[in-house]
Design a protein around this ligand. Structure first.
Ligand code: NAD
Length: 289
C-alpha cells in the first residue's frame, strides 16, 4: 500500500545489485511512494547485476560510481543535481564488502590490505558520500541520509569477521557527521541495523542458514525481511521522522535486546539430549574466527 510519503522528494540510492538487494527493495518502495531518484553502483556491479531493469521500472537514471572514489562521488553529486535541476532530499548507502570474508581469512589472520579495503568500501565510503554532498550543498533542509548496518557493530558474531569493525566505524560516522549536518544544514544522518537477510552480500557470510534460523528463534517478532527494511527506510526518508538523527536504529524483530528466548532454548536443549550428536568444538569444525 502506498501513502505518497515521498511525493516530490528526490534522492540517490547506492547498492542495488539484483532483486535480492535491500537497496533494490528500497528503490521499489521509494518509487511507489512518489520519489524520483538516481541509482548508482560500480561499473562491475552494473555488468553483473540487473540495475538497468530497475531503472526502467522506476523511471530512474543510472550514474556509475565507485563509492571509494572521491572523484566519482563528486561527479555523481554534480550530475544528480544537474539532472534534477537542484538539491536532493535523501541518500541510501547500502554498500558492504569484505575480501577477508570472501577469501575465508579468519579474524586472527587478516590480510591488512583486504582489511583496509573492507573499511574503505563499507564505512569510509559513507563519510566520502556525506562529505561530497556537504561540500556541494546537495541536500535540502530536513533531508535524510541512511546507511545499512548490522548488530555485529555492538556484539561479537562468529564469522562476521572484519565487517564488524566496518559497521562500528559506519555507525560512528553517522553520529559524527550527523552532528555537523544537523547543526549546519538541518539534515539527518542515521544507520539502520538490519536482521540477517538473504542477499548476495549476506550469502557471503558462511553459515548464513544457521544464523538466520538462530536469529529467527531469538527475535520475538522474527527476522525482518528486505521488504520490511525498505518500508522502514521509507519512513526515515519521509517527513514523519524529521527529528531522528545520529541514531543506530535496530530493525531486527527485537533480536538486539534478547539474551535467550524460549524457542532458541528448546532447540539448544534438544541438541543436548541427542546422545549420538558429537559436541561441536572449534577444533572439530576447523574454525578459528
Ligand atoms: N544481507 C544481510 O544479512 C545484511 C544485514 C545487515 C546489514 N546489511 C547491509 O546492507 C547493505 C546492502 O547489502 P545487501 O545485503 O543488500 O547485499 P548486496 O550484495 O545486494 O549489496 C551490496 C552492494 O554493495 C555494492 N558495492 C560493493 N562495493 C562497492 C563500491 N566500491 N562502490 C559502490 N558500491 C559497492 C555492491 O555492488 C552491491 O550492490 C550492506 O551495507 C550490508 O552490510 C546486510
Amino acid at each position: 500500500m502506498a501513502f505518497n510519503l515521498l511525493q516530490g522528494k528526490k534522492g540517490i540510492i547506492f547498492g542495488a545489485l539484483n532483486d535480492l538487494s535491500i537497496a533494490w527493495k528500497v528503490a521499489e518502495r521509494a518509487h511507489e511512494e512518489g520519489a524520483q531518484f538516481v541509482l548508482t553502483n560500480t561499473p562491475v556491479a552494473t555488468r553483473f547485476g540487473e540495475i538497468h531493469e530497475l531503472a526502467k521500472a522506476t523511471g530512474s537514471i543510472v550514474i556509475l560510481a565507485d563509492a571509494t572514489s572521491e572523484k566519482d562521488l563528486e561527479q555523481l553529486i554534480l550530475k544528480t543535481m544537474e539532472h534534477f535541476g537542484g538539491k536532493i532530499d535523501f541518500i541510501l548507502h547500502s554498500i558492504g564488502m569484505s575480501m577477508n570474508v570472501r577469501k575465508g581469512r579468519p579474524y586472527n589472520d587478516l590480510s591488512y590490505e583486504y582489511f583496509l579495503k573492507t573499511l574503505d568500501v563499507s564505512a569510509v565510503s559513507f563519510h566520502k558520500v556525506l562529505q561530497a554532498a556537504y561540500k556541494h550543498d546537495a541536500i535540502n533542509e530536513w533531508g535524510s541520509v541512511l546507511a545499512l548496518s548490522y548488530v555485529a557493530a555492538q556484539r561479537t558474531l562468529y564469522r562476521y569477521n572484519d565487517m564488524a569493525d566496518a559497521k562500528a566505524l559506519l555507525e560512528s560516522v553517522a553520529r559524527s557527521f550527523g552532528y555537523i549536518y544537523g547543526r549546519e544544514r538541518k539534515v539527518r544522518v542515521n544507520t539502520v541495523s538490519q536482521s540477517p537477510t538473504r542477499t548476495t552480500a549476506g550469502s557471503g557470510v558462511k553459515g548464513m542458514d544457521g544464523l538466520m534460523d538462530f536469529t529467527e528463534r531469538m527475535s520475538p517478532l522474527g527476522n525482518a525481511s528486505a521488504d520490511e527494511c525498505a518500508d522502514y527506510c521509507i519512513t526515515l526518508f519521509s517527513d514523519l521522522s524529521k527529528k531522528v538523527t545520529m541514531q543506530n536504529l535496530f530493525h531486527d524483530g527485537g533480536f538486539s535486546s534478547m539474551g535467550m528466548s524460549n524457542r532458541a532454548m528448546l532447540m539448544y536443549n534438544r541438541s543436548l539430549e541427542c546422545k549420538d550428536c558429537p559436541e561441536a568444538s572449534d577444533e572439530d569444525t576447523g574454525l578459528t574466527d
